[in-house]
Design a protein around this ligand. Structure first.
Ligand code: COA
Length: 206
């Protein structure tokens, strides 16, 4: 459970998904999600050691994520299939995690921005689920509750499917960043894209 009320809602429902910040009980399902998809994510994600796939490491990751959610430094949602029996109301300890959506590196001051990362279980791609999840997550980040001005994402040019998700959502290309992230054994170029919030509310004093 989250202690202090965070700015973002800890649970959001879409037609087919629940986006949940979760609680400590969700860690085993997160661990299974990461284990199942280790090969699927490897070409696009930072390298991970075997120790990343242990229950202890994932429990610590979930705890860190929950603290960040409360502190307005990062908002990670786990994706749950709401169309499965019980999916719309199961407690964290009984759910299957099928994806993640992460608004990280929240920066306030003059920037008011965050970095978007996402990943979907291999068995669930090609149904428009990530488009559905990001649409709901972005609406939350751009709502008066969180009030970010900009969300940035980056993808490898080879990741055609990921590029299509962002294009479909209306992210604008800003350029190609050479040697941007260390992925799959080398520094990889990334396409940088962003979305700005037309409804951003200027804080007092601006
Ligand atoms: C990139 C990734 C998140 C895309 O997930 P996804 O759910 O397939 O993406 P979308 O929501 O955009 O789904 C669109 C696809 O579903 C199809 N689709 C089916 N029903 C749909 C519907 N109701 N609405 C929209 N699209 C639908 C579309 O035709 C499209 O297919 P295509 O990608 O072959 O053109 C997923 O492939 C993934 O996790 N990959 C590995 C990790 C990764 O790449 N992370 C991002 C790093 S930058």
């Amino acid at each position: 459970m989250l202690g202090i009320a965070p700015l973002a809602r800890p649970e959001i429902s879409t037609a087919r998904l629940r986006l949940v910040a979760g609680d400590a009980g969700i860690a085993p399902a997160v661990c299974e999600f990461q284990r199942r998809n280790r090969q699927h994510f490897a070409p696009w994600d930072p390298p991970t050691a075997d120790s990343f796939y242990t229950h202890e490491a994932q429990a610590a990751r979930v705890a860190t994520g929950l603290a960040a959610f409360t502190n307005d430094t990062a908002y990670r949602y786990w994706l749950i299939d709401a169309t499965r029996a019980g999916g719309a109301r199961l407690p964290s300890s009984d759910v299957e995690v099928i994806g993640s959506l992460h608004f990280s590196q929240v920066s306030r001051g003059a920037f008011q921005s965050a970095m978007l990362g996402y990943a979907l279980d291999e068995a669930h791609v090609g149904q428009g689920l990530m488009t559905e999840a990001i649409t709901a997550g972005l609406a939350e980040m751009f709502s008066p509750r969180v009030n970010l001005h900009r969300v940035q994402a980056a993808y490898r040019p080879e990741n055609v499917r990921s590029g299509r998700v962002l294009e479909r959502l209306g992210f604008r290309q800003e350029g190609l960043a050479p040697d941007y992230l260390y992925i799959a054994g080398a520094w990889r170029d990334h396409v940088i894209v962003s979305m700005r919030n037309p409804s951003f509310i200027a804080p007092d004093g601006w």
